[in-house]
Design a protein around this ligand. Structure first.
Ligand code: 5IU
Length: 275
């Protein structure tokens, strides 16, 4: 039951998580599997990018803590633009602390992430408790308030010498399987559906969504250890959604660039599912 061979439309129909159904429906409707990583540092730049690139993307990924002028207008603006262009918001906060702390970082606090970000992610360095804690917060606060929420586990990283390998990656899959009601998938560099674990086994209908970062058409990497691959390579290895930052927002013409990533990502997807 390799979900990576199935079209988004089929996965949208069968998936138990309403946010994943919505994500696949967006991808299908807009014919895009592009997530733009909008690593800009002012609210104006962020909202301009969201509005310009919105029609061509499925997900808009933020690092909200790098903005020099963050305010409530940042997130109300972002929510409005997400609705206008029909994309999801993914705050790449990478929670990585004990359960009690991440609950406060996720819900409330200065950033109020749970109120505006559909997708969040966490690392499992602290152990299973971090996934349990975030799941508990989502349930206790009854997301949706008509809106859905989901968690991606950071199972692998793209940077040189990453330690997220082997048992770490396998445990990521175990925790995802144990908290399926909230964990929608992984940030990783390949399909993990065949991952063999002695602790858990795949449910018959298992369908975790794969987001792959480190996608760039023009570069092989940067001076700080980032390693890139093309949309075709990422999707071929199992990426359902490709994440590109500088390849798009730092291109001479970001709109031309996003169209190019969209076209290549979509073509690779059609090839993978045999359409
Ligand atoms: N990011 C990575 N690699 C990872 C993970 C996240 O690059 O393994 I998890 C983030 C960092 C940045 C974006 O926000 O994805 C990639 O940006 P560029 O496409 O500009 O390298």
């Amino acid at each position: 039951s390799s979900s990576s061979k199935q079209p988004y439309s089929v996965r949208a129909k069968n998936h138990p998580n309403p946010l994943v159904r919505k994500l696949f429906a967006i991808a299908e409707a807009k014919k895009t599997n592009v997530t733009v990583s909008a690593d800009v540092t002012t609210t104006k730049q962020l909202l301009d990018l969201a509005d310009q690139l919105g029609p061509y993307i499925a997900v808009f990924k933020t690092h909200i803590d790098i903005l020099s002028d963050f305010s409530e207008q940042t997130t109300t603006g972002l929510k409005r633009i997400a609705e206008k262009h029909n994309f999801l918001i993914f705050e790449d906060r990478k929670f990585i602390d004990i359960g009690n702390t991440v609950q406060k970082q996720y819900h409330g606090g200065a950033l109020r992430i749970s109120e505006w970000s559909h997708i969040i992610n966490c690392a499992i360095l602290p152990g299973e408790g971090i996934v349990q804690a975030l799941t508990q917060t989502a349930k206790a606060n009854d997301f949706p308030y008509g809106e859905e929420r989901g968690l991606l586990i950071l199972a692998e990283m793209t940077s040189k010498g990453s330690l997220a390998t082997g048992a770490y990656t396998t445990r990521s899959v175990d925790y995802a399987r144990r908290y399926r009601e909230f964990v929608m998938g992984f940030v990783c560099n390949r399909s993990l559906t065949e991952e063999q674990s002695t602790e858990t086994s795949a449910a018959e209908d298992e369908d975790f969504v794969v987001f792959t970062t480190g996608v760039n058409l023009a570069s092989a990497g940067d001076a700080l250890g980032q390693q890139y691959q093309t949309p075709q390579s990422a999707v071929g290895r199992g990426a359902d959604f490709i994440i590109a930052g500088r390849g798009i927002y730092a291109a001479p013409d970001p709109i031309e660039a996003v169209k190019q990533y969209r076209e290549q990502g979509w073509k690779a997807y059609l090839e993978r599912v045999g359409l």
